[in-house]
Ligand binder design. Structure first.
Ligand code: AKB
Length: 332
């Protein structure tokens, strides 16, 4: 009964005045706080609840609702959804690629068991559920330049395996029970005021901090390792626009989104236009280099562009200007 009632709701767009009530898991990672800010601007501060298992910094705690939520504790999650009349769930809780390889058992628990809890909860409570996937959901046998939405996916990391599992479970529950599952495959996300933590693309954030603090950067990837990347503002905007897209416009439930692709040497060259003395040395780390070599070099996001109008705004040169400017501001 619940499911058919949900189906009925979903065949028409929500009434214009009906604001979603959003819960964000893993909210203190690289993406949660910025997404909450954007959603709060549109839907009101109290309608967007950040959650995590860590204690929030004072500025986050003072800027809107924050609650403790452990994605491994189903009852805790259910209580939050019920008590707060949640209608949208954004599931950011996950261990990233490099840290996942260092702790496979924990990655399996958080990325797979945690996801199962969230899927069950979304189905039970008729939620619109957003789960990010990644360039890491592809592997060495996938087409790499560019990787399309639909192709062979045989990732070689526990992170990638858990993300493919999430894509398939969400789509299965969508087709079988009508779960409003929405999934974007993110490139490496670059942000000035939040750290990614444990990924393979993290170098592309650290290089800006080191360029400004010491003028030297040691890169754990080879100079010519090309990966898809995106400015965090584009990532947040894509997520909100995709969550708002009418159901009838979505021909897929999992879309690639792209903005730019660069190598460490190319981003260093772009930074040198502003900081000519930047010195980069390359000391490839076996685990992260092997992971990066198995990931797409470019992403084909033509389906997202066609179906719901996705367009990135930041080019590499704009991203570099913004990152240097924002980090300089933080340091003064
Ligand atoms: C990682 O490097 O693990 C993440 C990702 C691309 O999903 N940033």
């Amino acid at each position: 009964r619940q499911i058919s009632r949900w189906n009925k709701q979903d065949t028409t767009d929500p009434a214009p005045l009906e604001r979603p009530r959003v819960l964000i898991t893993g909210g203190l990672g690289q993406l949660g706080v910025g997404l909450a800010q954007l959603l709060r601007k549109q839907y009101g501060t109290d309608n967007v609840i950040l959650s995590d298992i860590k204690k929030p910094p004072a500025d986050v705690f003072n800027s809107g609702p924050f609650v403790y939520a452990d994605v491994l504790d189903y009852k805790n999650l259910r209580e939050l959804v019920v008590n707060n009349r949640i209608t949208w769930l954004v599931h950011y809780s996950a261990l990233l690629s490099a840290v996942g390889e260092a702790n496979v058992a924990l990655a399996r628990k958080i990325n797979i068991t945690g996801l199962h809890n969230v899927l069950d909860l979304a189905l039970e409570n008729c939620l619109r559920l957003f789960v990010p996937s990644t360039i890491g959901a592809f592997g060495p046998s996938s087409p790499r330049d560019p990787a399309p939405d639909l192709c062979v996916q045989r990732p070689r990391t526990i992170y990638g395996v858990s993300k493919v599992h999430g894509e398939l479970m969400g789509e299965y529950l969508h087709h079988k029970y009508g779960l409003d599952f929405r999934c974007l495959r993110y490139p490496g996300i670059i942000s000035a005021d939040t750290q990614p933590g444990g990924g393979t693309t993290d170098y592309a954030v650290q290089i800006f901090h080191d360029a400004l603090s010491s003028g030297q950067f040691e890169c754990y990837l080879r100079a010519d390792t090309r990966l898809p990347m995106m400015h965090i503002d584009d990532c947040h905007r894509a997520t909100v626009e995709f969550m708002q897209a009418p159901d009838c416009q979505l021909s897929l439930r999992t879309y690639n989104i792209a903005a730019m692709s660069f190598t460490p040497e190319e981003v260093a060259e772009e930074i040198r236009k502003h900081l000519p003395n930047l010195r980069v040395t390359y000391n490839p780390d076996f685990v992260r280099q092997t992971i990066a070599d198995s990931w797409p070099m470019r992403f084909d996001d033509s389906n997202a562009q066609r179906d719901w109008g996705w367009r990135s705004l930041y080019s590499l040169s704009e991203l570099v200007v913004d990152m240097l400017g924002s980090i300089r501001e933080q340091r003064t």
